[in-house]
Design a protein around this ligand. Structure first.
Ligand SMILES: [Zn+2]
Ligand SMILES: [Zn+2]
Length: 248
């Protein structure tokens, strides 16, 4: 399917879209250097839908994880090489094509296992359909090496993250909470000013609100949120201003 710039913008808006705040440009390659200087967190948009891929690395111990390598795998691989780190895990927040599309390619390049919640297996199996929604070639995928579960600890030895199962955008959506760093990688569950869409297969509007209220909103207010698309935010800001989170 031929698509000009306006066509691409349209596809992206339709895909993301509850409001325009999700399509604000993202500052590329914005590293957050945390605490003792050895943890590097870099979030950068990849692919047609500009999914925010996050690379977390412990440069002293030489290990890293990559969250949501939807596309641009050569670039991600190059960055791992530049940092001199070994990839330990490839973590998928949910099985939408823009988040999982490059996972198998990255696994082949690095040998790192892929971790994803099993409840998104039906979505992973319909990759051809997902590619059809966007008019892009179907990326090759494979079942994850391990299933993510609620409260599971993943990530780096010195900088672990806890898995929060947050269904609603998809049945197997997860967020990753780096407690010490007060950092949440939110996938497509929570965005700056909006929440994930729930009209795609497996989406559930009641579930996403329950996930956000019962899990994410219990985390400290100062928690920094790296959303699956668009600008970063904080839980405090979203509690105060996100129209979807105002309790009546
Ligand atoms: Zn999604
Ligand atoms: Zn997405």
């Amino acid at each position: 399917m031929a698509a000009g710039i306006s066509g691409l913008v349209k596809i992206r808006s339709i895909w993301l879209a509850v409001d325009q705040s999700t399509v604000r440009p993202v500052k590329p390659q914005r590293p957050i250097r945390a605490y003792n200087g050895a943890m590097v967190i870099e979030t950068f948009p990849v692919g047609l839908l500009q999914c925010n891929c996050t690379l977390a690395a412990d440069t002293e111990h030489g290990e890293a994880i990559v969250i949501d390598p939807g596309d641009d795998i050569q670039r991600i691989h190059r960055r791992l090489t530049e940092l001199g780190v070994t990839l330990r895990q490839i973590i998928i927040t949910h099985a939408h094509i823009d988040h999982v599309g490059g996972a198998l390619q990255l696994k082949r390049l690095t040998g790192a296992p892929i971790l994803m919640h099993a409840d998104d297996m039906p979505l992973l199996r319909m990759m051809e359909v997902q590619a059809g929604w966007l008019g892009v070639p179907t990326p090759e995928t494979a079942p994850p090496d391990e299933s993510l579960r609620e409260s599971m600890v993943v990530g780096l030895t010195r900088y672990p993250a806890t898995v929060l199962h947050t269904p609603g955008h998809t049945p197997g959506s997860v967020c990753l909470h780096f407690g010490t760093q007060k950092l949440l990688v939110a996938g497509d569950t929570l965005f700056a000013g909006t929440i994930g869409r729930t009209d795609l297969p497996g989406g559930n509007p009641q579930q996403i609100l329950a996930s956000i209220h019962n899990k994410l909103m219990l985390l400290p207010d100062q928690t920094r949120v790296l959303a699956g698309h668009g600008a970063e935010t904080t839980l405090e800001r979203e509690k105060a201003t996100n129209p979807f989170l105002q309790r009546r």
